[in-house]
Design a protein around this ligand. Structure first.
Ligand code: ATP
Ligand code: MG
Length: 404
């Protein structure tokens, strides 16, 4: 009977020098995500990590593992001793339990990681296949395109037989790459950027600029719903959302600045605030859903004029993707249907008719000199609301003012 899940790390195996640090973090995340399954045991061997089921339902565990960054693939396996007769019995049992239909084809594939094993991998595969033919009627082999591959993994710690292989999320262990500030709107793009960041091992803190009463509670709820989709992928199954009151800044921009520069200046303000929050809260970069050429503020000239106000690195995971590729990811992670709900964003509320597509930094600066934006930024930051999102629930966090 299937008694364990065998986990393989992906890119992780490339990181020789700090491998242990990475694998420890992986294991920590896996155990934390599975903490409600009390009967599980864990076994750690070089290059492999085993979850021993002890009767827990693997079908409830698989969807959780599929969301853990850093797992390359995993298999449902049965362990047996390395004695060839035991392997034969085990292989027969596993195959019988997993036969898809009467007319399927199969092959046996042996990985002989234990180099001291007396038989070579091909010999093992052949011997096992012969035994299976003898014990199951009408079995058909196809070494090139089998319907089912019976894998035999011979390792120091035993023989592992499996047929079911699952693709993992890939990427790097949750939180292993440091903290970033994600600029999140209710649209399609930024949550996808956030997902890619989390998958790559970044600890994401989300920042949303809200302009009540021009933007409604529904808009904020949408951002919350989007971020909740991301929480199972994170180290602690949680994400903090910082809601920045942006109305006064936006009004000042529209009162004092040239129409065609409003979007540029608004985004410079967003970047300034995101950088300050990052610097004060341990963030090392800003991440957003910008995509080259998608809107006026995403031409190279705009990007240059906007990002010139900060020194923190800006990461744009979607920069060169096509919209259809972004949508494909959003469908896969189930954010698309939330993103297309109607909503007002602070960007859309005050859109000028003809935004600059080639704004200049000196022109933007000249406009900004017309009002005291530093004081407005201080005020916005002081009034930030922090919402702590956990899978299925969220609550406001009250932090000391000096945290900013
Ligand atoms: P999205 O689909 O994510 O809304 P977009 O294509 O609509 O992106 P813009 O509105 O120009 O593009 O925004 C570009 C990026 O700026 C967004 O992907 C997001 O990272 C950030 N952004 C936009 N609006 C907000 C907001 N209200 N709060 C925080 N970040 C925002
Ligand atoms: Mg948007």
């Amino acid at each position: 009977m299937i008694d364990r899940i065998l986990i393989r790390y992906g890119e992780l195996s490339l990181k020789k020098s700090n491998r242990k640090q990475f694998t420890d973090r992986m294991k920590f995340t896996i155990k934390r995500a599975l903490k409600d399954f009390e009967k599980l045991d864990y076994l750690d061997c070089s290059m492999r990590f085993y979850i021993i089921l002890n009767g827990e339902d693997e079908n409830k565990i698989i969807p959780i593992l599929e969301k853990i960054p850093g797992i390359y693939s995993f298999s449902l396996a049965e362990r047996c001793d390395k004695d060839i007769d035991m392997i034969k019995e085990c292989a027969l049992r596993v195959l019988k339990e997993n036969m898809p239909n009467k007319n399927f084809t199969f092959k046996v594939d042996t990985n002989r990681a234990d180099k001291n094993y007396p038989l070579h991998s091909l010999e093992i595969s052949q011997e096992i296949a012969r035994y299976l033919f003898k014990n199951i009627d009408n079995l058909k082999a196809d070494v090139h395109h089998p319907d089912l591959t019976l894998n035999i993994d011979l390792r120091d710690e035993g023989a592992f037989i499996y047929v079911k292989n699952y693709q993992g999320l890939g990427g790097l262990p949750a939180g292993s790459m440091g903290k970033v500030e994600l600029m999140i709107s209710g649209g399609i793009d930024s949550i996808v950027a956030g997902f890619l960041a989390v998958r790559k091992g970044l600890h994401v803190e989300a920042i949303h600029f809200a302009s009540p009463p021009y933007t409604s509670d529904n808009s904020l709820q949408k951002v919350i719903d989007l971020l909740e989709v991301l929480t199972p992928y994170t180290e602690y199954q949680s994400i903090n959302l910082l809601v920045v009151p942006f109305t006064k800044i936006q009004k000042a921009i529209y009162d004092y600045c040239r129409d065609d520069y409003c979007i540029t200046i608004m985004r410079r303000m967003m970047y300034r605030i995101a950088e300050r929050l990052g610097k004060n809260r341990g963030g090392n970069a800003i991440i957003n859903g910008e995509n080259i050429g998608q809107v006026a503020s995403q031409t190279l000239e705009s990007i240059n004029t906007i990002e010139s106000v900060v020194s923190m690195p800006i990461i744009r995971p979607l920069a060169t993707m096509d919209k259809s590729e972004i949508i494909e990811i959003s469908r896969k992670i189930n954010t698309y249907d939330i993103s297309i709900r109607p909503y007002e964003d602070c960007c859309t509320v005050f859109v000028p008719k003809h935004p600059q597509i080639k704004p200049r930094p000196d022109m933007a600066e000249a406009q900004e000199k017309k009002f005291d934006y530093e004081t407005l930024i201080d005020e916005a930051i002081t009034n930030i609301r922090i919402i702590s999102l956990k899978t299925g629930k969220h609550f406001d966090l009250f932090l000391k003012d000096d945290i900013f």
